[in-house]
Design a protein around this ligand. Structure first.
Ligand code: PRX
Length: 648
């Protein structure tokens, strides 16, 4: 089995790494034996206005979930990402921007990012944004996105970044949910040579009932494409920013003041806005970035995520910039103009550390080894993976072809809720096993539990929970603390429940097996089945819908939909296409269904609960192992579904 294949730590990496084996073990032990002492020490990596003396005050008790770190400390995140580097590295590149068009690139120094961010912060103030206000960002992958996040942080506004691939409805839902007065966007974004009408989408979103809370739209001119203009509401970014002073005093924030909200999908209900605060989050993002990527001064670091996801927050913007790193930001897609683009960018900018997603690796792998022939990738030292389990075959290909059999891979397991990396190798300290996220980061205590809540010891499969708080953890769901408690702290009393299944092997390595709830992971994008179902039932032809994931070679999981039509509606191929378009338009292209099957009936228990276990098996074409169907109200619907399962 590939699982037996172990890649020992490379000696040359261990010799210069921030942590070798001994150091990792010693630091880990201290972090769990004496969290207060450990994190008091780590917090010194941050520039505080007032250093914290109260380090940890955390409770996972479902009656009183209360998570506070460094609670009497004050700081400003933008000062930590910018100001403090000016003296030592003001002229060093902070952000390398690579455009969608391979001829478009620029370098911005720490001083340039500092000055522009300050100007923008002043512009936001002039537009009436105050400490505590929520600003929504719906932006392309351009430096202005990072600067907008930092400008919000500078004046104490809370940013809520919405992925630029989301639909107007999804955007409206998030603007309304966060009561956001201002949206920052661009006329258009450019991806794979195509324009995406961001501003048009904002216009559409703001016509939705409730979205009038948003009073101003700040628009970056990215392409100069045609847009509608709403006098009095819309403001050009350059007009608002260019004449502002390049100095803006940073707001003194409490460690527990919110830094950002980020919406993510759960198994039920509408997406939830996770609330991350300032001191603990920044300490954790910066510490993990340094140790997991073994970041060394002057290295070029590239995380291919979008700033719309948590990976972009922690590992394009906050972690790297807090560490004075050179962070590369890529506007486009890895397959444009050719499938060799990723390697070409590595060569062009001499990237040392490449952090990407299994779905991107598998997409390249499908084209064969020659897909990387247009680049050498000699500069690479370390590779990283995030977003979903990486299958050992993809891991080996990543290692051999992209990394020239030379670069360790850090497979990093974490979540929007965790703020930063939780389980991952440290390249100088932990031997690698392809497909395993290996061992916990400092301060992280993973626990495996059975469905009754019994803690499982040794080599075993179970549900992954975390026993104690770590500083990067989300503090609440914006405006709904009760839902936060219910979602994460009520399944297993006294633990944070991740929603993931996991196996621990005889060496104490962790192998994430995927979600155990109704959350899908499609190309590393997290989606709730309930969201897609509610979109479908809003279509007049649909009586009922059930959505499950199925194994997909490139995406990891694909979206399989069972639809029961309303009486008298004809089941046609045209209608399937229409429904697929409907979901795509309603949520965004990432939610486009892969398969739709007509289901005259859905398998339900006598109490009316849909048995998704059965639907998942049918979608995966594992019809022999359906298990017990005797509790079904009408077992014959299963035969009907198997007989007509969609051909793939
Ligand atoms: O199922 C796990 C999977 O992605 C989920 C979290 O998704 P999201 O909040 O969107 O954050 C993604 C980026 C941090 C997890 O519950 N996941 C993430 N990383 C891995 C992973 N599964 C296996 N291995 C990973 N390295």
């Amino acid at each position: 089995m590939t699982e037996q294949h172990v890649y020992p730590v490379r000696e040359d990496i261990a010799a210069n790494a921030w942590a070798d084996k001994e150091k990792y073990l010693a630091m880990y032990q201290q972090s769990v034996d004496d969290p207060e002492g450990f994190w008091a020490e780590q917090a010194k990596r941050i520039d505080w206005f007032k250093s914290p003396t109260r380090i940890k005050h955390t409770s996972f008790d479902p009656h009183d979930v209360d998570i506070r770190w460094f609670e009497d400390g004050t700081l400003n995140a933008s000062v930590n990402c910018l100001d403090r580097h000016l003296a030592t590295r003001g002229d060093q590149t902070a952000i390398i921007w690579e455009g969608d068009d391979p001829n478009d690139a620029k370098h911005l120094t720490y001083r340039e990012v500092y000055e522009r961010t300050n100007q923008l912060a002043n512009a936001l103030k002039a537009l009436g944004v105050r400490k505590g206000d929520v600003v929504t960002l719906y932006m392309p992958m351009i430096p202005e996105a990072a600067m907008a996040m930092l400008a919000c942080a500078r004046i104490g506004a809370v940013h809520s970044v919405v992925f630029g691939g989301f639909s107007p409805d999804a955007l409206a839902q998030r603007v309304i949910g966060a009561d956001s007065k201002l949206v920052i966007t661009a006329d258009e974004s450019v991806r794979g040579g195509k324009q995406v009408p961001l501003k048009d989408n904002v216009d559409a979103a703001l016509t939705r009932a409730g979205a009038e809370v948003c009073e101003k739209v700040l628009v970056v001119k990215r392409t100069g494409g045609d847009i509608d203009w709403h006098e009095g509401r819309d403001v050009w970014f350059h007009e608002a920013v260019d004449d502002q002073s390049t100095e803006c005093a940073a707001e003194e924030m409490n460690a527990e003041d919110p830094l950002f909200i980020l919406y993510t999908s759960g198994s039920t209900g509408a997406p939830k806005g996770l609330k991350h605060t300032t001191g603990g989050y920044l300490t954790y993002a910066s510490l993990t970035h340094q140790y997991v990527f073994d970041y060394q001064d002057g290295e070029v670091y590239w995380c291919t995520a979008d700033v719309g996801w948590v990976t972009g927050h922690s590992y394009i913007v906050y972690g790297p910039l807090a560490n004075g790193a050179i962070t590369l930001m890529f506007e486009g897609v890895p397959s444009y103009p050719t499938h060799g683009r990723m390697g070409e960018i590595v060569d062009k900018h001499k990237v040392n550390i490449l952090y990407t997603a299994p779905t991107a690796v598998r997409a390249l792998m499908a084209h064969g080894d020659h897909v990387m022939d247009s680049s050498k990738r000699d500069s690479l030292r370390l590779l990283g993976s995030v977003g979903e389990p990486i299958n050992p075959e993809a891991w080996e290909w990543f290692y051999r072809v992209i990394g020239n059999s030379r670069c360790p891979i850090v497979d990093t397991w974490w979540q929007t809720e965790t703020g930063g990396i939780m389980i991952s190798p440290l390249p100088g300290a932990i031997d690698l096993k392809p497909g395993s996220a290996t061992r916990p980061f400092f301060g992280v205590q993973p626990v495996l539990l059975d469905s009754e809540g019994q803690v499982l010891e040794g080599a075993v499969d179970g549900n992954l929970a975390i026993a104690d708080s770590w500083p990067g953890q989300a503090r609440s769901i914006w405006g709904d603390h009760e839902r936060f408690v219910q979602t994460y702290f009520s399944t297993y009393k006294g633990y944070y429940f991740t929603g993931d299944g996991c196996r621990r092997d005889e060496d104490g390595y962790y192998w994430i097996t995927g979600r155990v709830d109704d959350v899908l992971n499609v190309s590393g994008h997290r989606m709730g089945t309930a969201e897609i179902e509610s979109s479908l039932v809003a279509h007049e032809t649909v009586a009922e819908a059930a959505v499950v994931g199925f194994p997909h070679d490139i995406k990891g999981q694909g979206i399989y939909i069972y639809v029961t039509l309303a009486d008298g509606v004809e089941a046609t191929e045209e209608l399937k296409k229409e429904l697929a378009q409907w979901v795509r338009k309603d949520i965004g292209p990432i939610a486009t269904p892969d398969v739709i099957q007509w289901a005259p009936g859905l398998p339900k228990t006598r109490s009316g609960k849909i048995m998704r276990r059965i639907l998942r098996k049918i979608a995966a074409n594992e019809c022999d192992g359906l298990g017990d169907t005797s509790t079904l109200a009408d077992p014959s619907v299963v035969d009907e579904l198997i007989e007509h399962r969609a051909n793939r």
